[in-house]
Design a protein around this ligand. Structure first.
Ligand code: GP9
Ligand code: MN
Length: 635
């Protein structure tokens, strides 16, 4: 490149000024949590990269005036975007999303309070814009560039390389940042506000385009399937046993069923949950599976409250938070329940703030409803014991009956716990994850025990039923070696892997007296119909894929998101059909000459076909947002 005079191109100056401003805003005006120096670094570089990406486009304009105009207006529009996000953030502790932009009520509220949400120093946001504006008008001579073609291509290549570098760092810091998409704050933190908006627009255009052609004519077929294959007319003896009782639902983070009635280093892992197994007021399901996909906790919430399946990829909470649902909180609201979620984490995590509105929740007690200090927090935040303790006052103040969902946090990967909180010692294997899992599971067990006591002490126990569910696995396949050592097995086979997807499920009904262990195959999909039945709510028009757990006439299988399943007789996984009770291989697809052989007499095939049909129908409902065409109140 030949430059006649030394020039400082405006697009570079603008990049530095605007980038610096954006960084200051991220760092000091949004409260973005930074956990390590890598995150600090990414947050520092991404504003400059984003700014360069836009301003460098200017080199393609031939006319000086056009170049300057482009830079001026880009800086102005960028600043307006920052400002609106800032105002929105001050009100919702979240970043603007496309659907929120079109949600009149949200924006209406904001419009009214925009002045109160603006701080005097916000005016400083315009300083760099004014300066860029000034330079672009007065110093055109030195500021414009007139690159030959290869110079322009160089600027473009540079932009793309920087962007790729940014994405690479982000992916390293947060694997599956985009496919799992768990939190807007993470996305903004890693790729910046502007790239986040582009991502958000792309996501919602995709979601919209999938639902825009749906017109509800798929519904009769789906309803017919549910009528013939899923629902049952059988009366349940348990119908209405908990009528008008409060429902306290505990989603126990990462607690798997293998810890129940099991020991580590000779010590019981979950003495309290074990005592519930024997308790006469408790129904314990010992063949109960989680059915989550990539959306982890949020998927488990979705399955259990809708009795629909999560999605094959991504988290449905994130991608379809604006759909219409006929969820448990909504149905309970109609019956006069006050519905809420209590979870001491940031509200935008898993897009919960939006999704909980769509599910019909009255209130979400998030991070800010709790007092978290350095002493009472660990890992992901507030520890489970103070979490339950601080929640009691909210339960006391609630209108009765209430439905309250508690989501615990301490037993989350990487299973951190301080020595003081540790009642049992870690296991000893090559996996620190598995080793540390046991003491944190025990901590959660103790937290739940204390919570039972607090409910009793505060007069909340007698009128409530308490449900405890493990949300999903805590120990992934990568720890199979350590797991086989712990379980005393030679290896973890695909059959064992499916059995390890069992999570504990308890229904505790004070003064019931008939509690027992129930061993039918059950899963999170069954919770909604079961709970409605216990509360004496019929919801006859509901469209859902689960069964009531206290009747005999059931589907008899639990489908997993990938098409595997566990039925009363079989487990189907990895192209193999197993006897569920013995683990014996009944049929295996053999691959010969790269062609799968025709399977003969595979006893698993029949249910497999039905599982796939069912998953497809559930996906049709979610992708097509089909419930907008259903009137669930119709008699
Ligand atoms: C986050 C908590 C954990 O709020 O629910 O989510 P997970 O990583 O288990 O899905
Ligand atoms: Mn979880």
């Amino acid at each position: 490149m030949n430059f006649k005079k030394t020039k400082i191109p405006l697009y570079i100056v603008a990049t530095l000024l605007f980038g610096l401003k954006t960084y200051i805003v991220y760092r000091f005006l949004f409260s973005i949590e930074l956990e390590n120096s890598m995150q600090e670094f990414i947050l520092f570089v991404n504003p400059f990269i984003s700014a360069f990406l836009v301003f460098a486009i200017s080199v393609w304009f031939k006319k000086e005036a056009r170049q300057m105009k482009f830079i001026r207006y880009s800086a102005l529009i960028g600043t307006i975007i920052i400002y609106f996000n800032l105002v929105f953030y001050r009100s919702f502790t979240d970043f603007i999303t496309v659907p929120q932009l079109f949600q009149a009520s949200n924006m209406g509220d904001l419009g009214g309070s925009i002045l109160t949400l603006t701080k005097p120093y916000d005016i400083l946001l315009i300083v760099d814009v004014l300066f860029i504006w000034y330079l672009s008008r007065k110093k055109t001579e030195v500021m414009t560039v007139n690159y030959p073609r290869n110079g322009k291509v160089f600027a473009l290549a540079m932009s793309l390389m920087l962007l790729a570098g940014n994405f690479f760092l982000a992916e390293m810091e947060r694997p599956q940042l985009f496919t799992r998409a768990f939190d807007r704050e993470y996305i903004v933190k890693n790729i910046g506000l502007f790239n986040y908006h582009i991502y958000d627009i792309a996501l919602h255009s995709k979601v919209k385009s999938q639902s825009v052609f749906a017109d509800g004519n798929e519904l009769p077929e789906i309803k017919n399937f549910i009528k013939t294959e899923v629902k049952s007319e059988e009366k349940s003896e348990m119908f209405a046993v908990a009528k008008d009782k409060n429902v306290i639902f505990i989603s126990a983070e990462s607690v798997q069923n293998f810890v129940i009635n099991n020991k580590v280093n000779g010590e019981e892992i979950t003495p309290f949950l074990n005592s519930l197994v024997k308790d006469e007021d408790t129904y314990y399901f010992d063949n109960f599976y989680h059915q989550t996909g990539q959306g982890k906790t949020s998927d488990s919430e979705f399955v259990m409250e809708n009795s629909l399946y999560p999605l094959p990829s991504g988290a449905v909470f994130f991608t379809h938070g604006q759909n219409e649902y006929n969820a448990l909180p909504k149905l309970l609201n109609q019956e006069g329940y006050y519905t809420s979620v209590l979870h001491a984490n940031n509200k935008s995590f898993w897009n919960r703030d939006q999704m909980y509105d769509s599910l019909g929740y009255d209130h979400f007690y998030g991070e800010e409803a709790y007092e978290a200090t350095e002493e009472n927090s660990i890992g992901w935040g507030l520890k489970d014991k103070p979490f339950f303790e601080q929640s009691i006052k909210y339960l006391q103040a609630m209108d009765k009956p209430f439905y309250s969902k508690f989501i615990t946090l301490t037993n989350h990967f990487p299973f951190d716990i301080s020595k003081d909180d540790r009642s049992i010692e870690p296991y000893n294997s090559n996996s620190n994850t598995l080793n540390n899992y046991f003491p944190t599971v025990r901590y959660t067990d103790e937290a739940i025990e204390k919570f039972f006591q607090q409910l009793k002490d505060n007069g909340l126990y007698e009128d409530s039923i308490i449900i405890i569910m493990g949300d999903h696995y805590g120990i992934s396949e990568s720890h199979n070696k350590a797991m086989s050592q712990y379980l005393g097995k030679e290896e973890i086979t695909p059959y064992d892997h499916i059995q390890l997807q069992e999570v504990p499920f308890f229904i505790h009904i004070p003064n019931n007296g008939n509690g027992k262990t129930m061993s039918q195959v059950a899963g999170q999909i069954d919770i909604k119909p079961t709970l409605l039945s216990l509360l004496g709510i019929k919801a006859e028009n509901d469209i859902q894929f689960g069964n009531r757990l206290f009747i005999e006439d059931r589907k008899g299988y639990i489908a997993f998101r990938n098409g595997d399943y566990a039925s009363e007789k079989y487990i189907s996984t990895n192209d193999t059909c197993y006897n569920r009770l013995t683990g014996e291989v009944l049929s295996q697809a053999e691959e010969q000459d790269d062609e799968p052989s025709v399977e003969q007499d595979n006893p698993c095939t029949e249910i497999s076909d039905q599982v796939n049909e069912e998953l497809q129908y559930s996906d049709d409902i979610v992708y097509g947002d089909l419930f907008r065409f259903v009137n669930f109140d119709e008699k």
